[in-house]
Design a protein around this ligand. Structure first.
Ligand code: 13P
Length: 255
């Protein structure tokens, strides 16, 4: 049984004070919901304050990125060990990082290995751009991204990470994929690739989210799909009530 996971990617929104206000507005309600893991991923500078605000809460914390090196002369970067104790999850390879900050599949793989070595669970993002979608390249792009991201990982490690299928054309556009289309890519490409690389048991164990313009009104469409194990939520995760509602709907449908 894969436990559903709804994660809020706050991106470059919320100062430290605003982040604490937001998490305090969600915390009590999220703590009452059973059967779904909820995660908030604030900007780096707010991680510490958010983690403190969530002490003894069941809500988990995630970072939005991380460097792969242990430490070193990498101005502006954050090492894995710096996140340990602050968060349990780390988003890796988000399409915005790939598009604007030159992240490569190889870098995502190095980061995944480093995160796992430090006991952090990666949420690895994959997904095709609009041009790739239009060219009918979705399956090959996603297959390639999954294969590259997981290179050299053991089956056990793969079972402990999360993959987020986020079609780039659906991010922040209000143009979500349909539940059925997202489920097809997740089942026939992401899970099937993991089954080929590892085995069916591993493919069935790994949790795979959908991301891209999810909100309280459409989350049920995704969570009714058998292979979708949650959502990586952008814009809608910045509203306390809406995010709580998404977790509640998921709990109602899946637990
Ligand atoms: P939106 O939910 O705002 O489309 O963002 C999705 C996303 O990029 C989450 O990582």
């Amino acid at each position: 049984m894969r436990k559903p996971i709804i994660a809020g990617n706050w991106k470059m929104y919320k100062t430290i004070g605003e982040a604490v206000t937001l998490v305090e507005a969600m915390r009590a309600s999220l703590d009452e919901i059973e059967g779904v893991e909820s995660v908030v991923c604030p900007p780096f500078v707010a991680l510490s304050a958010v983690a403190a605000a969530l002490q003894s809460s069941r809500v988990k914390v995630g970072a939005q990125n991380m460097h792969w090196a242990e430490q070193g002369a990498y101005t502006g970067e954050i090492a894995p060990a710096m996140l340990v104790g602050l968060c349990q999850y780390v988003i890796l390879g988000h399409s915005e990082r790939r598009a604007y900050f030159g992240e490569t599949d190889e870098g995502v793989n190095r980061k995944a290995k480093a995160a796992l070595a430090h006991g952090l669970s990666p949420i690895i993002c994959v997904g095709e751009t609009e041009a790739q979608y239009d060219a009918g390249e979705t399956d090959s792009v996603v297959r390639h991204q999954v294969t590259a991201a997981l290179g050299g990982l053991t089956a056990n490690q793969v079972c402990s990470l999360v993959i987020a299928y986020e079609p780039v054309w659906a991010i922040g556009t209000g143009k979500a994929a349909t539940g059925e289309a997202a489920n097809r890519v997740i089942r026939d490409i992401v899970r099937a690739t993991i089954a080929e690389l590892y085995d069916e048991e591993t493919a069935q164990a790994v949790r795979i989210q959908y991301g891209g313009s999810t909100n309280p009104a459409n989350i049920a469409e995704f969570m009714q799909q058998p292979d979708i194990d949650g959502a990586l939520v952008g814009g809608a995760s910045l509203q306390a009530e809406g995010f709580v509602q998404m977790v509640r709907i998921t709990a109602r449908l899946r637990s």
